[in-house]
Design a protein around this ligand. Structure first.
Ligand code: CP3
Length: 349
């Protein structure tokens, strides 16, 4: 990792540097808003087949790099490959999101494997090996996994839900069983990330999309503690592993998150108060974010204003430009082009 950190802007920011032009990449930068993604997507029957096809997944990873010269290529896969590798049936209905065999009580946990089956995940590691030689030397290859709370919430509900009520209820009713599931996900995610580093990832991001629905006590127990354990387990094997945390919706609890989870940078969602983020978070840890994906979709002056105010708030410290959540499928490609031009152009002034 240290060998190439000098020429990769993202790794320099993760090491605490402020760059005059903040590196930029977007969550879900590979996806349905790109015509070339939709063309490749048609080549496989299911979304998981695409995730497990190293050649096609590598191609899809590289598409946004070619088009926009982003500073980071995020591995094309999904957080739900972990439940799949634990033996839970996972399917993606087009337009409806993921469907899993719901874990409706403690007994259903017995259907899962005791540890992740890496043979199922081998194609993901092969994808990384395919991407690596194709990347310009300045581009960081970012692996990822879902955080245990977020992955567990899909495993229990069997689908996306508004506020993850099924998982929150399960964790109150069957706390010991839920803790066991979280332990299993901590072990699985850590070994998955270690394999991603071994295959060639320069850094990884841990997505906790549903962190924001948890009350304070549960945020500590199901978001902070498991994520900190993953970071520790990964660094036991990969010392100095570069890790970005993204506890979406954490709000003021980000202070506690960065105090207790030694991530190298923290992702901000678009709802965060900018002065709080700059004074309380960015002074302690590099930050990444946080354009509202809807401002990107809207474009025009709304996009310009949103980009400028983010640069004004955060470009004075260690900062990675990103969205506050993923690119929406309806987003015009031209708006992404304008965004990249504006972020890079502002730095040139
Ligand atoms: O470009 C990238 O960011 C890399 C690829 C990536 C995908 N999913 C591809 C994908 C990443 C990093 C993810 C993470 C992911 N997956 C998260 C965490 C981040 C977030 O967005 O909140 C979550 C919660 C999931 C689970 C998931 N996968 C859902 C809820 C859905 C359906 C909703 C949707 O956005 O389509 C998916 C499907 C999915 N994952 C698609 C893509 C490109 C669309 C499927 C398709 O093209 O048919």
């Amino acid at each position: 990792m240290s060998d190439n950190s000098a020429i990769k802007p993202l790794l320099r920011v993760l090491a605490g540097e402020r760059l005059p032009a903040p590196p930029i990449w977007l969550m879900r930068q590979a996806g349905r808003y790109l015509p070339e993604y939709r063309a490749i997507r048609q080549k496989t029957n299911t979304f998981l087949e695409l995730c497990f096809n190293p050649k096609l997944a590598a191609e899809v990873t590289l598409q946004p790099i070619r088009r926009f010269s982003f500073d980071t290529a995020i591995l094309f896969s999904d957080i739900l490959v972990i439940p799949h590798a634990l033996g839970q049936h996972v399917n993606f209905e087009s337009g409806e999101g993921p469907r899993l065999d719901a874990i409706d009580g403690p007994l259903a946990l017995n259907r899962l494997r005791q540890e992740v089956d890496h043979t199922v995940l081998t194609p993901v590691y092969e994808t990384i090996a395919h991407i690596k030689p194709e990347l310009p030397p300045t581009v960081t290859l970012l692996g990822f996994c879902g955080a245990p709370w977020t992955v567990a919430s899909y495993m229990i509900a069997g689908c996306g839900t508004a506020d993850q009520l099924p998982a929150r209820l399960f964790a109150y009713r069957y706390t010991d069983a839920f803790a066991k599931l979280v332990d299993l996900l901590v072990e699985s995610s850590a070994s998955y990330l270690i394999q991603q580093f071994n295959a060639g990832a320069d850094a990884v991001q841990i997505f906790d999309t549903w962190a924001g629905v948890l009350p304070a006590v549960e945020f500590q127990k199901w978001c902070i503690e498991p994520t900190a354990r993953i970071v520790a387990l990964v660094r036991e094997i990969i010392p100095g592993a570069k890790i970005i945390g993204f506890p979406r919706g954490a709000g003021t609890r980000l202070s506690r998150y960065i105090a207790e989870v030694p991530v190298d940078a923290v992702g901000l969602d678009w709802m965060i108060e900018p002065v709080f983020a700059r004074e309380q978070i960015q002074k302690r840890r590099p930050i990444q974010g946080n354009l509202d994906p809807l401002a990107l979709l809207a474009g025009g002056e709304a996009l310009n204003r949103a980009v400028d105010s983010i640069l004004e708030a955060f470009a004075g410290g260690p900062f990675i430009f990103n969205l506050g959540h993923g690119v929406l499928p309806e987003t015009p490609v031209a708006h992404v082009e304008r965004l990249v031009g504006r972020v890079r152009g502002a730095a040139a002034k």
